[in-house]
Design a binder for this molecule. Structure first.
Ligand code: ATP
Length: 209
């Protein structure tokens, strides 16, 4: 025995979560399983620098939706770090804060393959890769080669870990659309998320079950 405390392996799954759905949760679950993580933190963006937020009910609602999505699953936690921080939600800042708070932990930034391929366009991508290992969910539509070539130019990109997950082709865009059309979203989002959307009349519709 070395006598050293083994460091905790923490996954961070960032997103707009507008709203969270089973694709997010299965992605987090498979990262937890395949990478041997101790816990996975859902990190809703306050103000995403990369994408305009369509039909945004507001960061507080998206945060609460994440809490509902993670309810009862001890593998998941939800952080309000980005929601509380003013200005654009740069991942590099979030990782720096988490490092300061959890100096003995090893951080893994969990992203879908589609997002991984876009990493070079992020604010300080090499700073991101210095602070966390990129953990990429393989997704249909984004071949491994396109991710490898996008990351090849970045220092730290070679440490990227890939994991597989059952293909779940659901998106928040589709959920919002279904709510507007008054179509059921049951089984696509956790029940607690569907009831919260319904209670607060988010996304301009009802959600029949
Ligand atoms: P929108 O439809 O509003 O663009 P989204 O469904 O893509 O949203 P985000 O909150 O933007 O959801 O995604 C957060 C993270 O989850 C990203 O890394 C993304 O690649 C990943 N992700 C989203 N949907 C899935 C899915 N169905 N399977 C695997 N990963 C997913």
């Amino acid at each position: 025995m070395s006598g050293q405390l083994s460091s905790e392996r923490i996954g961070i799954l960032g997103g707009t979560f507008n709203p969270p759905h089973i694709g997010h949760l299965i992605c987090g679950q498979e990262a937890h399983l395949r990478l041997g993580l101790d816990r996975v933190i859902l990190m809703p963006a306050g103000r995403p620098p990369h994408k305009p937020l369509e039909e945004d009910p507001g960061a507080e609602h998206r945060l609460e939706l994440c809490r509902r999505a993670a309810l009862g699953d001890s593998r998941f936690e939800v952080s309000d770090l980005e929601v509380r921080r003013p200005g654009p939600s740069y991942t590099v800042d979030t990782l720096a804060t988490l490092h300061a708070q959890l100096p003995d932990s090893e951080l893994f930034l969990i992203v879908g393959g589609d997002v991984a391929a876009g990493l070079p366009t992020w604010h300080d991508p090499e700073g991101v890769l210095r602070r966390a290992t990129l953990a990429v969910a393989k997704r249909r539509g984004t071949p491994r080669e396109s991710i490898d070539s996008a990351l090849a130019a970045l220092r730290g990109g070679e440490r990227t870990e890939f994991f597989r997950m059952p293909g779940i082709e659901v998106s928040s865009t589709e959920i919002r659309h279904r709510v507007q059309m008054q179509e059921p979203i049951r089984y696509l989002v956790p029940d607690a998320v569907a009831s919260y959307i319904d209670e607060h009349r988010l996304y301009g519709g009802r959600t029949p079950s």
